[in-house]
Design a protein. Structure first.
Length: 156
């Protein structure tokens, strides 16, 4: 029964949404705890490429210690990666949209109030799932077709 109703997926997370009125329409606030888990492998690669860590084990320990350089590399990685936000049930194409993530404090995903209509979401405890498009093709598709500011006027 567990595998029929739901399954765990890599590079994804889930959290409650809260209002972020100061955000741009195409941005979402991603909590630090979720972001470091989602972009874990990318941060490890960044630590090794910048010669801050000599191997994966050292890089993982730097992440566990929450070294300041980890947050800087995470910021760099997040600038180049859109994330997909999905609110179940996804009944039409606006139920899943792409956003540019920024780091926020706390444990909730921040979302601009004007993009909530497409998700049929409100801020009374609704949860959303976050997914990372991994391939370059998926990232390009997210940027060109799924960004929230591209889908404001017409869902068609």
């Amino acid at each position: 029964r567990e595998t029929l109703l739901g399954k765990r997926v890599d590079y994804s997370g889930r959290s409650v949404i809260v209002v972020g009125p100061s955000l741009s329409l195409h941005r979402c606030g991603l909590p630090r705890e979720i972001a470091i888990e989602l972009f874990h492998t990318f941060v490890i690669r960044g630590l090794i490429r910048q010669h801050i860590a000599s191997n994966i084990g050292v890089a993982k320990s730097k992440i566990r210690e929450k070294a300041p350089i980890v947050w800087e590399i995470l910021q760099e990685v997040m600038q180049g990666h859109p994330v997909l936000l999905n609110r179940a049930p996804t009944l039409h194409r606006l139920g899943i949209q792409a956003f540019q993530p920024i780091l926020v404090e706390g444990r909730a995903i921040c979302l601009h109030p004007l993009v909530c209509k497409g998700f049929n979401a409100d801020f009374d405890g609704d949860q959303m799932a976050v997914h990372i498009p991994l391939s370059l093709e998926a990232q390009a598709e997210a940027r060109l077709l799924m960004f929230s500011h591209m889908n404001l006027l017409s869902p068609a």
